[in-house]
Design a protein around this ligand. Structure first.
Ligand code: SAM
Length: 351
């Protein structure tokens, strides 16, 4: 059986290192250029600084590497993830074989997929997450390099820790769960709860189910369902969550997800969607650029959406929109390295 080659693994390690250098050396230099012009004393300085910095060679390198490290990671014809997995179909099948007939998995191959999902290869993942049997494996391999300066999946572990400070939950829905990066830590923190992860992507869910089969967890299920119309009964859950889902959905879809979250929550239940939200003109500029460079087509509209108003319109109360530290100290104003502006959008359904 062919397996991923040493050359492919070495290439992916190189890509990871490139990402680290981009985040920890190139970005701080760029940020310093910006800060040299905008010292915070005058709001007009932000636009002036952005105009100057965006014309520098340093910024062009920043853009180029952001676009191409991700493109090479997925689509390099020799050692990219797609070529690597395409070349080892038996190995791919073996990785997700345990999902076959798993009691933890409910697949629905006839599930209608919303149109927006096919509009763009999100974060440059070829064919999005529905194109190939190895899509879950490919997303898992990619996801480890995307947040430099954090331990593997640290943001999701910390999110689960935060949830544990907000209540004691017995039925939890994790929307857009992917391969379960966040579903697993929640199920571990709440052993008494039934935790369900839903996603459109069958290959991601198969990987998630294969992972459960290899672990000592029985309070977790995965189902192929649409977060916009999940099919669960009213008041089915006391916590509805998602991580990094909202920015991949058009505004009207986000509004629908909020209404759906509200409908599925029992009275007094809580919603917690973890995503991104720039808090400065500089970060908004960088994230707008990122959305182009990384095929995140719905992100700019999400960043400008009034989430407080949208959550209130869905019926929620106690709405909180807070910065979230994906690792210790990351939200400090002098944090020098590249990071996404992680933000928690939380609220409660009236009791
Ligand atoms: C950026 S990934 C995040 C995955 C995971 N939550 C994480 O934080 O790593 C977004 C996920 O949302 C899923 N997704 C997008 N639209 C969806 C929808 N309408 N219903 C369910 N899942 C959806 C995608 O398939 C993908 O797995």
């Amino acid at each position: 059986m062919s397996t991923p080659t040493r050359s492919a693994t070495a290439f992916q390690e190189f890509i990871g290192t490139l990402r680290q250098q981009w985040a920890n050396q190139l970005y701080p230099a760029l940020r310093q250029r910006y800060a040299d012009i905008d010292d915070g004393s005058n709001p007009a300085r932000a636009d002036e600084a952005i105009a100057k910095v965006s014309g520098t060679t340093l910024y062009h390198w920043f853009e180029f590497i952001e676009r191409h490290y991700q493109r090479m990671k997925y689509s390099d014809p020799r050692w990219g993830l797609a070529a690597t997995f395409e070349a080892c179909p038996e190995w791919v099948r073996a990785q997700i074989a345990a999902a076959g007939g798993s009691r933890f998995l409910e697949l629905d191959p006839a599930l209608p997929i919303p149109d927006y999902y096919f509009e763009i290869d999100i974060h440059q993942h070829p064919g999005n997450l529905l194109g190939a049997p190895y899509d879950g494996l490919m997303y898992q391999a990619s996801a480890t390099s995307i947040h430099p300066n954090t331990r593997r999946f640290e943001a999701h572990e910390r999110f689960a820790d935060l949830i544990a400070t907000r209540g004691s939950f017995r039925s939890v829905l994790n929307m857009g769960c992917g391969f379960g990066k966040c579903t697993f830590p929640i199920a571990e923190r709440f052993p008494q709860a039934e935790v369900v992860g839903i996603d459109l992507s069958g290959p991601c869910l198969q990987l998630a189910a294969a992972t459960v089969e290899a672990r000592d967890l029985t309070n977790i299920r995965f189902a192929q369902r649409d977060a916009l119309r999940s099919g669960y009964a009213d008041s089915s859950f006391d916590l509805v969550t998602s991580t990094q889902l909202l920015h991949e959905v058009p505004v009207e879809g986000i509004e629908q997800i909020l209404r759906e979250s509200f409908r599925m929550l029992a009275p007094g239940g809580q919603v917690m969607h973890l995503d991104f939200r720039p808090r400065s003109r500089w970060m908004e500029f960088l994230i707008d650029g990122h959305s182009v460079r990384n095929n995140e087509g719905f992100m700019p509209a999400f960043n400008r959406m009034d989430m407080h108003e949208a959550m209130a319109a869905a019926g929620f109360v106690d709405i909180r929109i807070e910065a979230f530290a994906e690792t210790e100290g990351a939200t400090a104003p002098d944090w020098p390295y590249w990071r996404f502006p992680w933000t928690l959008f939380s609220a409660r359904k009236p009791a």
